[in-house]
Write a protein that binds this ligand. Sequence first.
Ligand code: ZN
Length: 265
Amino acid sequence: MRIAVVADVHANLAALEAVLRHAEGQRALDGLWCLGDLVGYGPDPGACIALLRRYPLVGAAGNHDWAAIGRLSTEEFNPDAAAAALWTAQQLTLEERGYLDGLPEVVEEGDFTLAHGTLRWPIWEYLVSQESAMAHLERQGTHFGLVGHTHVAMLVVEEEAPPGGHVYEPSRLVGAELSKGRATCRLSPLHDGQTVSLGDRRLVINPGGVGQPRDGDPRASYAVLDADARTITIHRVEYDIAATQKKMARAGLPAWLIYRLGYGR
Ligand code: ZN
């Protein structure tokens, strides 16, 4: 059983099609797990929702999905993201809105918990720091977690704190006592072709973004979960960036959102 794990598709149909073609080549479409932000930013919200739903899809909601259906105010979005959310809202049919509205904040599938952001605040909070990662792991009832939202592929490994903690200043001895025996975690970026073994340690993995990567590599990012081999592998996939950019320009979407796709920022 091989499952494609995608996040942050962001209505980028060319990127989604390229990723699904690649996943097909990997025979990795026994399932399709989506970690939110199906829409927002990109020019093809309806077509992306329809294409994702052609597969055995398990999906969680993202902040842009909620913004597009009015479930989340765009006041805290930057002006470009807010403009794109407004545009997206105008494109969606009633049926598509209903579908996005029905996406859960958190989904459990066997050993995995799927969410857009951290389990402390699944719709909004970025899992980017040790603190947010620990807050997430404390709430993760399964062995493994999958998150999106940052658009950057990343691995979090839970570890035992070293004996006596790792705080050596005498003034912080109380802190050292407190951390004794407690878990800590390590965050590291994941690159194209990198494979993570699903072993005893509790993990959280971000497959990176399909429709708007932000790690300086403009290629779409996703992951293949091999349930038999117990591995997850990151894949970067080239797609026709110019085709998406042209559609965005035609739709009058903000210039920065068009430009950034070319740089993976
Ligand atoms: Zn996103």
